[in-house]
Write a protein that binds this ligand. Structure first.
Ligand code: MN
Length: 236
């Protein structure tokens, strides 16, 4: 049975339009999944039992109110409907052990939904020295990440030193209690988190779907395989 993977789109409030870069859906299809784009108006709790996996994609900034901060001057466009939909979806996925992958904002919202916090702006709020908002082409790696051996992510990439692309001005500050750091950049920015108690619950700050790199594609292919396995076990 083909794994059906929910993808939560971005939303542009000025034109009331959902958007999703096709790189995400192409990467899922290439690795054998069937992506389904879910609008925020739909009841996630009705569809969730039919899903094999959930992908949270990149986009604008989660609202700082969610971790009891006022928005600073560097905060970007906030879409409260998206925050609300995704917070519920992350918690449902977590409670049901549904394989979950978060990319960029997706990684951040997974952390916030489970009780963590974010830096509103890496440049203003940290001592980071790396360029996390690269201007190079999107498939080019721009900074290294160091993986914790023993993490799920390490088993997927098979080496502790990896060079990745980077398009984020926010980053995880306090890690949510159920999550563990699986990668950070040399300047100390958290680049990936995962839940050791789950079979596949992984958030990464970079974009493997844009890298044209077989090693990086292992992240997507392992996610799809975990989704397939989850559905098989659910229907035993
Ligand atoms: Mn980065």
């Amino acid at each position: 049975m083909i794994p059906v993977i929910a993808v939560i789109p971005s939303f542009d409030p000025s034109s009331a339009t959902y958007t999703i870069p096709s790189s995400y859906t192409k990467a899922l299809i290439k690795n054998g999944a069937f992506p389904v784009i879910i609008p925020y108006e739909a009841s996630f709790n009705i569809i969730v039992s039919k899903l094999s996996g959930i992908l949270f994609i990149g986009g604008g900034d989660p609202e700082p109110k969610l971790w009891n901060e006022l928005p600073g001057k560097h905060i970007g466009v906030i879409v409260p409907q998206r925050d609300a939909f995704e917070l519920n979806a992350v918690r449902e996925a977590f409670d049901r052990n549904i394989p979950t992958l978060g990319i960029c904002r997706g990684c951040q919202i997974m952390n916030v939904a489970l009780g963590g916090t974010l830096f509103q702006d890496i440049t203003a709020d940290t001592h980071s020295t790396a360029n996390h908002m690269q201007s190079e082409p999107k498939n080019h790696p721009s900074h290294p990440v160091l993986l914790n051996s023993g993490s799920l992510l390490y088993t997927l990439l098979k080496k502790s030193y990896n060079c990745v692309n980077s398009f984020h001005h926010q980053a995880i500050n306090k890690v949510a209690p159920p999550l563990a750091v699986s990668a950070h950049s040399p300047d100390g920015i958290i680049e990936a988190v995962e839940c050791p108690a789950k079979s596949f619950f992984l958030g990464i700050q970079w974009h493997p779907e844009l890298m044209n790199d077989d090693g990086q594609n292992n992240i997507i292919s392992a996610f799809v395989k975990a989704a397939e396995k989850y559905t098989k076990e659910e229907h035993k």
